[in-house]
Design a protein around this ligand. Structure first.
Ligand SMILES: [Zn+2]
Length: 199
């Protein structure tokens, strides 16, 4: 049995770098429309999406990337309904492709090992990076700020202290509708965006 901790020792990738990597991908293959077409992005990157029956109910995962980083296996039910959850899962796996492919492909021998490594405690930040990437991909900051500014009369940054207020609740709904993401993702993206504006 190989030491998975050794497998997981990847460089830390900061938020700004992740945002840059998202911009690179979008700059190459995004047509400017919403919601973000994650399947078209996979096509562009040469990644196939293969639906798997009961992936979630039997194995407790929404999707996972094959060890060769060429195939994403996705829960068939989520795939069929193209749910927000499905789209986030695919965006998350694209994040692994963009951020972690070179590292993992040279160190991991099997799919099970990769899955084991990616969910081990020592590797939580790998998942954090992929989640942050997914949020940025589905709701890029410039576009998010544009939508929020629209809701906040052109100056969202001045209203950051109103998180939790009536405007905020309405903005959550609008952002969810524009980007087709869950409320959890919207809240996280708004929080990250506010942090970015303030810092
Ligand atoms: Zn992951």
């Amino acid at each position: 049995m190989r030491d998975l901790n050794a497998v997981c020792q990847i460089p830390r990738i900061g938020r700004l770098e992740i945002e840059d990597r998202v911009d690179e991908v979008l700059g190459e293959c995004w047509n400017g429309s919403y919601p973000m077409n994650v399947e078209a992005i996979c096509d562009y990157l040469g990644i196939a999406i293969v639906p798997v029956m009961e992936l979630w109910t039997k194995f407790g995962v929404d999707a996972f990337m094959a060890a060769d980083f060429r195939t994403i296996y996705a829960d068939e039910s989520e795939f069929r309904h193209c749910s927000n959850r499905y789209r986030f899962s695919i965006a998350h796996e694209i994040g692994h492709f963009v951020l972690h492919r070179e590292y993992f492909s040279s160190r991991v021998e099997s799919l099970n090992e990769w899955i084991g490594a990616s969910v081990s405690n020592s590797c939580n930040y790998v998942e954090y990076q992929a989640n942050f990437f997914a949020g940025c991909l589905l709701a890029p900051e410039d576009e998010l700020v544009r939508v929020l500014n629209n809701e906040y009369g052109g100056s969202f940054a001045r209203y950051y202290y109103m998180v939790g207020g009536e405007k905020y609740t309405r903005a959550l709904t609008v952002v969810r509708q524009v980007f087709h993401v869950s409320e959890q993702v919207v809240k996280r993206r708004i929080r990250d965006t506010i942090y970015g504006i303030r810092s």
